[in-house]
Design a protein around this ligand. Structure first.
Ligand code: 8X3
Length: 250
């Protein structure tokens, strides 16, 4: 039977590439994001391959999350796969200079938003005793780097929540795993550096991961046999050995 996946942050980067990858394989999609024009464009591109429903809401808005997910039409109500992808970095400052709005934005989306969406989806999975949740973490969830402080903390929290969910949902046969990418060339750095030109340098001089590389791995994870769960995967560009060690040819 065709499965249905809900993807947060589907209007760009890894989320968008994952929507394309899943669509290729006919998985029905609930694509979520804050930009209706981008959601509409995505729906148009994908609906030749699969059924698509768009949900426009902000994952940091608790009420909006529940309202959106509870409003799903009958034929999209059963969610087999949840991809908790939405999240971002805001700023790259030493802790003493950190901006409180940046901190709030990162904790609100990367941690609390992921929790709200999970809370809205999990009850139907426990009821059916099946489901698969993939949280998109980061190499920053495994390794702290200078000025990464709050972003790294938020991604460490994603890994802790992944482990906690896996334990609590274990009696229900629900798969929970994290995919943790290193440097992926997306709008990520544009957002982190607020459009500053330094964002352009982040992926220069080496072959960064592309969103499609991660989408491919997510598809691999969701197509393992029932007894196999990809619990925790760190994915780096070959040129990246750690958060601060990247072999660049400039
Ligand atoms: C993105 C990877 O190295 O910019 O999560 O923190 S990094």
């Amino acid at each position: 039977m065709t499965k249905t996946a809900l993807i947060t942050g589907a209007t760009s980067g890894i989320g968008q590439a994952t929507a394309h990858e899943f669509a290729k394989h006919g998985i029905a999609l609930i694509v979520c994001g804050r930009r209706q024009d981008r959601l509409d464009a995505l729906q148009k591109e994908l609906e030749n391959h699969c059924r698509v429903h768009t949900l426009n809401f902000d994952i940091t808005d608790r009420e909006a999350v529940f309202k959106a997910i509870n409003s799903l039409p009958e034929d999209f109500k059963i969610i087999d796969i949840l991809i908790n992808n939405a999240g971002n970095a805001h700023g790259l400052d030493p802790i003493q200079d950190g901006n409180l709005d940046d901190w709030d934005a990162m904790m609100d989306s990367n941690v609390k938003g992921l929790l709200y969406v999970s809370k809205a989806v999990i009850p139907q999975m426990t009821e059916r005793q099946s489901g698969h949740i993939i949280n998109i973490g980061s190499s920053a969830g495994k390794e702290v780097y200078p000025k990464g402080n709050v972003y790294c903390a938020s991604k460490h929290a994603v890994l802790a929540l992944t482990e906690g969910m896996r334990m609590d949902l274990n009696p229900f046969g629900i798969k929970v795993g994290a995919i943790n990418p290193g440097l992926v060339e997306t709008e990520f750095s544009q957002v982190r550096f607020k459009g500053d030109h330094s964002a352009n340098d982040v992926y220069k001089g080496f072959a960064a991961l592309q969103p499609e590389d991660i989408a491919d791995i997510i598809y691999f994870a969701i197509t393992r046999p029932p007894h196999v769960n990809i619990a925790d995967l760190l994915v780096l560009p070959t040129a990246q050995a750690s958060a601060t060690l990247v072999k660049k040819e400039l």
